[in-house]
Design a protein around this ligand. Structure first.
Ligand SMILES: C[S@@+](CC[C@H](N)C(=O)[O-])C[C@H]1O[C@@H](n2cnc3c(N)ncnc32)[C@H](O)[C@@H]1O
Length: 269
C-alpha cells in the first residue's frame, strides 16, 4: 500500500481538522447524544439489531458516537479510526459516559499491527469505504477480525450518488473504482458547510459488484443487499425531508439509490 501513504496522511490530517467542528455541530447534536439519544439510524438498528453481549469491531468509527450507541445497547465495542483527534475524543466520551468501549488509532490497512482478537460482529457505516482504495485488502481485514460464523454489516452511501457533482446537476465521476484517487478540493464539511476548513480530499468510488465480490471472495457470504432511495442524513446539497424523516435529492425523489446495506456471514472453515 506504499503508493497510497501520502493520500492516507492527507486524509488523516483532514479528519483531524474536521473532528472538533463535528463535535460542536448541530449535525452530530452532542447535547442530545450525551443525554442518552442514540446516533444510530432506523436502517442499521432494524437490520443488525440484537447486539447485547456481542463483541463488535467498528471500522472507521470517527469520534465514536455510533460505537458508543452500540455500547449502550450492550455490545462490547472496539472502534478504530485513522484520525488522532477522533480517537482522543472517542476515548474521552467513553470515559465521560462511563461505558466500556475501546478505541484504537490505526489506518484500517495496518490494523493487524495494532489490534488483537476476533469479533462476533464487524460494523461500518455511512462515509467509510470511499476513503479506501483497495477493497480486496479491506475484506481481508474484515475476514481476519471476524469470528467464523460472525456477522459483517455495512450501511453506506450508494456509489451512484458519488458520480454527481456537488449540486447533482451532472455526472462527473466514474461508477467504477479506477484505483486512481478522486481528488476534490472542498471548503467546510458535511456537518457544517461554513466551517473554516479548506482541504483536498482523496477518495475512491466502489461499485456494488466490487464490494460484494471482495466479501464473497473471502468467504463472507451475503444474507442481503438492500438499496434505499433515501438517506438518514441531510449531508448533500439540495436535499428535502420526507414525511418518513428521510432525505432525498430535490428533483430526484425516489429515483436515485442513495444508501445500501449488506448483512453477511463469515463461513465456518
Ligand atoms: C464519514 S466518517 C465515518 C462516519 C461515521 N458514520 C460516524 O459519523 O460515526 C469517516 C471516518 O473514516 C476515517 N478514515 C478515513 N480513512 C481511514 C483509513 N484509511 N483507516 C481508518 N480510518 C479512516 C476518518 O478518520 C473518519 O473518521
Amino acid at each position: 500500500m506504499e503508493n497510497y501513504e501520502a493520500y492516507f496522511e492527507a486524509n488523516r490530517s483532514l479528519w483531524n481538522q474536521k473532528t472538533p467542528v463535528h463535535l460542536s455541530s448541530d449535525f452530530y447534536n452532542m447535547p442530545a447524544f450525551l443525554a442518552g439519544q442514540s446516533s444510530l439510524n432506523r436502517i442499521e438498528l432494524s437490520e443488525l439489531g440484537g447486539v447485547a453481549g456481542k463483541s463488535m469491531l467498528h471500522l472507521q468509527c470517527h469520534f465514536g458516537q455510533d460505537s458508543l450507541s452500540w455500547a449502550r445497547l450492550g455490545a462490547k465495542v472496539t472502534g478504530i479510526d485513522i484520525s488522532d483527534e477522533a480517537i482522543e475524543q472517542a476515548k474521552a466520551l467513553n470515559a465521560q459516559l462511563n461505558l466500556d468501549a475501546t478505541f484504537v488509532r490505526s489506518n484500517l490497512y495496518n490494523l493487524k499491527e495494532n489490534l488483537q482478537g476476533q469479533f462476533d460482529v464487524v460494523f461500518t457505516s455511512y462515509g467509510t469505504i470511499g476513503w479506501l482504495p483497495d477493497l480486496e485488502k479491506w475484506a481481508a481485514i474484515i475476514d481476519h477480525f471476524l469470528k467464523p460464523g460472525g456477522t459483517f454489516y455495512i450501511a453506506e452511501f450508494h456509489p451512484v450518488l458519488w458520480m454527481f457533482d456537488d449540486n447533482f446537476g451532472k455526472i462527473i465521476y466514474p461508477y467504477h473504482n479506477t484505483h486512481e484517487p478522486i481528488i476534490t478540493e472542498t471548503e467546510g464539511t458535511y456537518a457544517d458547510k461554513n466551517a473554516p476548513i479548506k482541504h483536498i480530499e482523496y477518495g475512491w468510488n466502489h461499485g456494488l459488484g466490487e464490494v460484494v465480490t471482495a466479501l464473497t471472495s473471502r468467504g463472507i457470504y451475503l444474507e442481503f443487499l438492500h438499496e434505499f432511495p433515501y438517506s438518514p442524513y441531510n449531508c448533500f446539497a439540495n436535499m428535502v425531508q420526507g414525511e418518513d424523516g428521510f432525505w432525498r435529492i430535490r428533483g430526484y425523489e425516489n429515483m436515485l439509490p442513495m444508501v445500501y446495506s449488506i448483512k453477511a456471514r463469515k463461513k465456518y472453515s
